[in-house]
Design a protein around this ligand. Structure first.
Ligand code: G
Ligand code: G
Ligand code: NA
Length: 253
């Protein structure tokens, strides 16, 4: 209950910051995208993980406000980075935000217009939970956004338990391999096999792949050798404030 009140306050006071984690082209090792991630530093409670406050915000409805805030800020930043490098910004969406599809679609279009970010420089990251109970209006919205050029990524791939048929049913453009698999690759040959199987499947479905949670050069090289195009992880950079991200971009030029 206390966290609930704090969250209200935090949103009012602007205590929730957006950090950006670089996503690299594994071949050139250049930054091609940034994943926007919420960070909440409470003066008294300290750092509160999104894994704790997002489920809360999903329950009390604040996720809509939080989601709109992240989207606007991330697109504003990404628009300002375009003059340095054509960076895509990846924004996480909770399934709860899709309960009012028409409204969410309107918000996304508004934000793209307002910020001037080209639609094809925005990726929406969603998890498998979105795919349960999906209705006609969700499919309509996703088709509309795809036609605008907005990307759709399936996040944490491999951790859920849906039938794989959803990969064909939904207009995904990217698949993000969950960091649990990448992490275990070094010690488990079955995880290595799983990762190469996912890469082969993604290729045949025409999906781009981002490997999450790359921490070692060995992992990066394995993924590169198996034609995984993109990667993110502590090996390259942890999530960082917008200013630092921009400095990284400028240094790359
Ligand atoms: O950045 P970190 O690993 O602490 O994030 C923990 C979880 O919180 C991740 O699953 C991430 O997707 C989620 N998360 C972080 N920022 C956002 C956000 O802006 N929106 C949503 N829906 N989830 C987020
Ligand atoms: O579920 P999602 O992919 O949105 O989660 C992203 C989370 O993963 C972020 O909270 C981020 O801090 C975390 N993360 C990013 N790179 C690494 C990494 O290399 N190792 C670990 N352990 N976590 C990472
Ligand atoms: Na994500």
């Amino acid at each position: 209950l206390m966290l609930n009140m704090r969250l209200h306050q935090a949103i009012q006071q602007g205590d929730i910051e957006i950090y950006y984690q670089p996503i690299l082209d594994l071949q050139s090792r250049k930054i091609v995208a940034a994943e926007a991630l919420m960070r909440w530093f409470d003066p008294e409670l300290g750092f509160i993980s999104p894994e704790d406050f997002i489920p809360l915000a999903e329950k009390n409805g604040l996720i809509h406000k939080l989601g709109d805030m992240v989207l606007l800020e991330a697109c504003t930043q990404a628009a300002s980075w375009q003059s340095i490098s054509p960076i895509t910004v990846a924004v996480n969406f909770s399934s709860v935000q899709f309960r009012y599809c028409e409204q969410l679609q309107e918000t996304i279009v508004d934000v793209l217009l307002k910020t001037g970010l080209p639609a094809n420089q925005l990726d929406m990251e969603v998890t498998e939970s979105l795919l349960i109970d999906q209705g006609h209006s969700l499919m309509k919205m996703l088709a509309y956004l795809k036609q605008l050029g907005v990307g759709l990524s399936i996040d944490d791939f491999g951790t859920g338990y849906s039938a794989l048929s959803y990969l064909q049913k939904f207009p995904f453009s990217k698949l993000k391999i969950d960091r649990a698999f990448i992490n275990k690759m070094a010690t488990s040959s079955s995880d290595e096999s799983l990762v190469s199987a996912i890469l082969a499947m993604a290729k045949s479905l025409g999906l781009k792949v981002v490997a999450e949670g790359i921490e070692t050069e060995q992992q990066a090289r394995f993924l590169q050798q198996h034609n995984c195009e993109f990667g993110q992880g502590y090996l390259f950079s942890k999530p960082i404030p917008a200013k630092e991200f921009m400095a990284l971009l400028q240094r790359e030029r």
